[in-house]
Design a protein. Sequence first.
Length: 261
Amino acid sequence: MTDYFSRCRALAIVLAALIGFVGGAAQVAAQNVQEPAPEMSGPVNENDPYENWNRKVYTFNETIDNWFLRPVAKTYRTVMPGFADRAVTNVFNNLSEVRNFANSLFQLKGEAAVVAAGRFTYNTVFGLGGLIDVATAFELPERPEDFGQTLGYWGVESGPYLMLPLLGPSNPRDFVGLSTDFWVIPSAWDAVEEPEVYFARALQIVDKRADLIPAEGFMSGDGYTFVRNAYLQRREYLINDGKTTSDPFAEDDDDLMLEDF
């Protein structure tokens, strides 16, 4: 039974992290940014030393999405009423507020911690368990914080860009952060009992992927380059609380617009 639980929990973290992979690419694609295809025969980019490996993993992840996740998400989007889809998304967003609260404290961001606590309280009590996002109406917008951001806040370098199987875009710092968020930091997910927690995680992924389908049409150019740039700029944006600096991958100063994340 212990081995079974360990395998299921490992599967849960893989599925949860897949949200970041799909979300990071498709959400930025919604901003309609165009990226030129890279010169495949050129020298290896020093900021992406494992590009050859990363591209192979990217193709693997894309294949899984095209043949499994996307068809399921399209079916979900077809049969799910709009109000119910929004309610499901709100519930999962509400569960992440405990993580936001903890990492805000780790970064000594008192105001952000208060906002996260307030959002969780308002949405849980007055939003029918999180089905309705009443906190935003009270001018308490979400401030996402994770342990990868916490490490970056305290000066830990990101390391080389990595495209991980199933987990998607990452780097050593963010992978450690993801593992810490899942295994160490208390979460509202801890209150969800087995086996319901595994079904809930699967629903979370399908719901997120379905919400991103409308953005697919805006993604153009070389897919790998687009996802890489989107991920790195988004992480920089989050770590610096919206204050972006120079991006080693941006070309011609065409920065991705990240204010809506």
